[in-house]
Every structure is written in structure tokens, then in C-alpha cells.
Ligand binder design. Structure first.
Ligand code: HAX
Length: 434
């Protein structure tokens, strides 16, 4: 067994008694109460999910395994010449909460190379889809198509017991994750580069191979590592993570569960916001026709969007109440690498104005930018200007967190998710008695 799987098994065995004790001795202890506003309003703030892999504080932002984004980037091992850690070392960390040594990270990189080959039929499925298919529909279809590869589905059919289900889930998770860069890059080259596919180079790590198959030189490999890690996880309640958790709780394997999560990510209120930020900004710049994007002109454009009943993409959040540290991390990258890039300047100029406009508008509880407001600029700078592809990049990253969570869900024997619904009349009765 690999070092990662052995350490994971130890961690699981240490953790299980904690969950069992809580369930056995404290099942009736209340964590909170649900209001009528929450029942109708998308369960905002209802505390009914458990994960130890990441936690989102409204004011501080995300912590992965207890560490902030800068701490994670600083602590994980990096290959010589790279500024960002490998996705594989991050995968080790997310699964085990331990910072791997360089050797342990290398072992995962080698392990992934053996799992990375995408079956030929997946490309046939993608090639058969119309060229105006959205890249996210293609990404989701490719993942679903591979369900026949599931070790979990096979071993479950053969009668594997509940407490061992994490093992084939782990195998599926590694097999699936290792293939995603190839699938993503294939979709990109197929749709946008005249089908000029670049074969994988299995000497490279996850991020390096992705950059190679995209056909983009260094430092895009580091950009890819940064991007995938930043987008990996945002605790369990966001729509994509929650969807993966929900679907996997039926003991659907992670091929079904991740493709469902990708479908959730494809919504404009969620991951598609990164596409819409660029669409909005490009439309805006086109309308400017070379005119300087002064604060006044930006204000007008933002108000035009709000007055049309639309949301300003890239701003607001269901949990965060300050600027997203994932936004800040990417902004710092831009300030270092591309401070004078015109698109960055426009995005920055919007950042100077949009929070005030949203506060004046008075609806959004959080007027600050989220991860999606900044990510497209970096892609655009490196030549990935086809913004309908951006959410696929997010999806590859999001797979890391959701697949780690699905593995732990099975390890801890979490049951089928099944909240209870009430009727409107019941709520009216409850309200009348309050
Ligand atoms: N522009 C305009 N109005 C906004 C807004 C924005 N950026 N953000 C919130 N609002 C509005 C909501 O639409 C809502 O209006 P109604 O009362 O008319 O329904 C009101 O403000 C209150 O919403 P909220 O409580 O502040 O926010 P929610 O938890 O309901 O929604 C969203 C959170 C992220 C969906 C929301 O802020 C939004 O639509 N933002 C723009 C889209 C976006 O950037 N999404 C990506 C979020 C990050 C992410 O998940 N990435 O994948």
C-alpha cells in the first residue's frame, strides 16, 4: 500500500471513535435552530454538515486543514524551480492533514502517473458532441462516461462491507482526479485550437502536464498549480461540494457524484461566475471603445446591470463577509507578474467602485469580490481567452476537495443525506403559534 493510503488508513482509524462517540453520547445535543427564513431561503447558515478538510470563516475566509492559503503555499514542498506546490502534495495534505515530505509528494506524483491515462472511448464521447456544447457539459459528460471504471461500484456489487467502502472510494478518487487534466486540456484544444490535441507527458506532475497539454509555456504550470489548489475546497455547504456529498451519500460512486457536482458548478451564481466576469468586462470594454474606464463610467455600467435585474458577477458570497482571500491571492500574483496589464487594471478599477455601488444598491449582504472576480484575468494574460472554458478549470480544482471529502464520508460511514421538508401551511401554523 502507498504511503498516502497507509497514513490515510491510520488517520481514519484514529478519527472514527470521535464520530462514534459524538453519535452515541451526544446525538440529541442541539447545534442550532432552523428559522422559517432559512427553510425558505436556501438553508443559509444552517449548520448540518460536517467536514474536517476545510472551514470557511465569514471574516477570515477559507482554511484548508486549519491553514490559511499563504500558509499552505509556504508549507507544502515545491519542486526545484517551481513557486507553487504540486497538486499531488496538496492532495496528500487534504486527505491526511499532514504536510508530506518531498519524497512522499513524489510518491503521489508517480502514483498519479500510473492512473492518468484516459480511456479512448471518453475522447470518442467528447468528439461526438456538437461543437457548440458548453465545455462544462463536455467535462461532466466525460466524467459520467467513465463510470464503468468505478472500483467502488464493482466492489460494492461484490458485497464489500460499509466500513471498507472508503478504500475503493479512494481508488476511484485517485483514478478520476489523475485523469482530469487530460480531459480538461482535450476539451480546450478540441473546441478552441482546431482539434490540435497535445498528447500527455507522463514525466510531468499534474500542473505541469496540464500546462503542457494546453500548449502554454512556463510559468503556466505554476499558474495551474495555484489555480487548482485555490479552487479546491470551500467547506461542504457550497453547491458543488454539497452536491458531490449528497450524491455520494446514496452510495453512487464518485464518477456519478463528481459529474453531478460539476453540473452544480456550471450555474452562474456559482462557478460560471468566472466566465461571466470576463463576459461582463469584455462587453464593458467594447462599449467603452477605447475610452478611459473612469470610476464614473464603471459606476454607470454596474448600475445598468443592477437596474436590469442582474447580479454583478464576481461579487457577493453566501458565507463570506469580506474580500475573498482567494481573490487576494490571485490579485497578489497579478501585482507581481502583470501589474500593468490593461485587463488587470480594468478589473482593479471595478474593484475600486463595485463594493460602494453594491452597498448603495443595498441588497447584497457582502459587497466584496469573490474568487471569480480575478481568476479570468490571469488566464487571459496567458492566452486562455476563451472564457467559456474557465469553469472547467475551476471544476478540476474543485474535484480535489470534493473527492477528498467523499473518501472521508465513506470512511466515517456518513449516512444517506435526507433532510425533512415541510409544507407552507405547516410553516404558517408554526409562525402563528410563535
Ligand atoms: N449583484 C447584485 N445583487 C446581488 C449580488 C451581486 N453580486 N450579490 C447578492 N445580490 C443580491 C441577491 O441576488 C439577493 O437579491 P434578492 O433579495 O432580490 O434575491 C440579495 O442581494 C441578498 O443576497 P445575499 O444574501 O447577499 O447573497 P446570497 O447568499 O443569496 O447569494 C451569491 C450569494 C454568490 C449567489 C450572490 O452574491 C451572487 O449572485 N453573486 C454574483 C454571482 C457570483 O459571483 N457568484 C460566485 C460566488 C462564489 C462562488 O460560488 N464561486 O463559485
Amino acid at each position: 500500500m502507498s504511503t498516502l493510503k497507509t497514513v490515510l488508513q491510520q488517520k481514519i482509524e484514529e478519527h472514527r471513535p470521535r464520530t462514534m462517540k459524538l453519535l452515541k453520547e451526544h446525538s440529541d445535543v442541539k447545534v442550532g435552530e432552523v428559522t422559517i427564513g432559512q427553510a425558505i431561503g436556501g438553508a443559509r447558515g444552517v449548520r448540518c454538515l460536517v467536514t474536517d478538510i476545510s472551514y470557511l470563516d465569514p471574516m477570515e475566509g477559507i482554511r484548508f486543514r486549519g491553514m490559511t492559503i499563504p500558509e499552505v503555499f509556504a508549507a507544502l514542498p515545491k519542486a526545484p524551480g517551481n513557486d507553487y506546490p504540486s497538486v499531488e502534495s496538496f492532495w496528500y495534505f487534504m486527505l491526511t492533514s499532514e504536510i508530506p515530505t518531498m519524497e512522499q509528494a513524489e510518491e503521489v506524483i508517480e502514483d498519479f502517473k500510473g492512473r492518468a491515462k484516459v480511456p479512448e472511448y471518453v475522447f470518442d464521447v467528447l468528439r461526438s458532441m456538437p461543437k457548440d456544447s458548453h465545455p462544462m457539459a463536455m467535462f461532466s459528460a466525460a466524467i459520467t462516461a467513465m463510470q464503468r471504471e468505478s472500483v467502488f461500484a464493482k466492489e460494492y456489487r461484490e458485497g464489500l462491507g460499509k466500513m471498507d467502502l472508503w478504500q475503493p472510494t479512494y481508488e476511484d478518487a485517485c483514478n478520476l482526479l489523475a485523469k482530469l487534466p487530460t480531459i480538461g486540456a482535450f476539451i480546450y484544444r478540441w473546441l478552441f485550437k482546431d482539434e490540435d490535441i497535445i498528447e500527455p507527458d507522463y514525466n510531468l506532475d499534474f500542473g505541469g502536464n496540464f500546462a503542457h497539454m494546453m500548449g502554454i509555456d512556463a510559468p503556466y504550470d505554476d499558474v495551474a498549480r495555484m489555480y487548482f489548489i485555490l479552487h479546491s475546497d470551500h467547506e461542504s455547504g457550497n453547491a458543488s461540494a454539497h452536491t458531490v456529498h449528497l450524491v455520494a451519500s446514496t452510495l453512487s460512486d464518485v464518477y456519478y457524484a463528481l459529474s453531478a457536482g460539476i453540473n452544480a458548478l456550471a450555474g452562474p451564481l456559482h462557478g460560471l461566475a468566472n466566465e461571466n466576469v470576463l463576459r461582463w468586462t469584455q462587453d464593458f470594454m467594447e462599449k467603452l471603445g477605447g475610452q478611459e474606464p473612469t470610476p464614473e463610467v464603471i459606476r454607470e455600467a454596474l448600475w445598468a446591470t443592477l437596474n436590469a435585474g442582474q447580479v454583478v458577477p464576481g461579487y457577493g458570497h453566501a458565507v463570506l463577509r469580506k474580500t475573498d482571500p482567494r481573490y487576494m491571492s490571485q490579485r497578489e500574483f497579478c501585482l507581481q507578474v502583470l501589474p500593468d496589464y490593461p485587463l488587470f487594471k480594468v478589473i482593479n478599477a471595478i474593484y475600486e467602485v463595485a463594493p460602494d455601488v453594491l452597498m448603495e444598491h443595498g441588497k447584497a449582504k457582502n459587497p466584496w469580490p469573490n474568487v471569480d472576480a480575478q481568476s479570468g484575468v490571469i488566464q487571459w494574460y496567458y492566452g486562455v481567452t476563451e472564457y467559456s472554458f474557465y469553469t472547467v478549470l475551476f471544476g478540476i480544482g474543485r474535484a480535489i476537495g470534493t473527492l477528498a471529502n467523499a473518501t472521508w464520508d465513506r470512511a466515517l460511514g456518513y449516512p444517506l443525506e435526507r433532510p425533512k421538508s415541510l409544507t407552507t401551511t405547516m410553516l404558517e401554523d408554526i409562525a402563528a403559534k410563535s
